[in-house]
Write a protein that binds this ligand. Sequence first.
Ligand SMILES: [Zn+2]
Length: 355
Amino acid sequence: MTRLTSLIWVLLFAALIIFPSTATAAGGSGSNGLAWKMVWAWSTAGMSDADVVAQAKSLGFNVLEAQSPGIVRECHRQGIKAAGLIYFGSAPEGCAQVISPTEEATLRREEAALPPAYQYGGEPVRHGEVMIEGGLWCFDRPEALEFGKKEIDRVIAAGYDVIALDYIGYQNYHACFCPISTSRHEEYLKTHPGISRKAATDECSRDSLVSFYNALVAYAKSKKPQIVVTAHLYPCFIPDPIYGNRTSLDYCGQTVSWFFQPHWNLGRVRRYAHEVVARAGRYNPSCTGAPFIGIYTLKPYENDRKTPERVRDEIRIVKESGAKAIQFAELGNILNDPEIARVVREELNPPIGGH
Ligand SMILES: [Zn+2]
């Protein structure tokens, strides 16, 4: 080894000791690769728009979904992006999803008494759970798309930077059984020989959701090319829980840690975060995966509160996955617990002089 080569090796070792790798630092306190940090807000009653925005901003968020007439102006005044909600959980009579008779019976039992560990639209713990909150649109119906387009027009006209879609999923977590959807399942079965009836229904139902998302994105971009479209995929789709990379959403929010007990083990959080981030561009290069973390601390869900340490672990897992985007719900519940708020603030705000 020449003297020059030896010197280069010494310098390289010195550099490694003095400047630890950014990969190691990713698990630390910086927000590193997270550029798009969105929070959903629905428990901020009594707070002024200025305070809601200031609090979201102080926690490190730069995109806020909140429903208030003055919120767009306030977001822009304080320099963050405003996301306008489009909610698909209020279909008119005749346009709502239909569930099977067995699922109807389950629903009636649940309405009488919620089963233990009921997950409110998240991945169920108990087999056969149906979401009590009904009235979701059937996404195979043309009326649903017409409704979505009118809502997009409204959100764009109100000056929002981002469209935030919610409740595009199935009440029974897998399919709609109205005559229109059922005939689509039958057609899918006929045109995919060798596939089981269940697989046909699952794939056809998933494709309905994806087509619906993509039709909304295409319409929104045709109306305003620079509009950003995001969603939290909800309720969960059991046959393929992380199907969101098939959509053309700009930022696809997919659950990596749900609100309620039993909290997901961190191995599962890590696996989901990796799937959401690493496979985001598989079908659409423009789709960025946004791992979604749910946090409740307010009544009646105070028993579902996560520890601040756990919240820190979850955020670090997301950062270590290489995520460029993240979604949280819910702002009022985070602010309600000063320790959790502190952890979120520390993890989402880049250090001074950091990335
Ligand atoms: Zn239907």
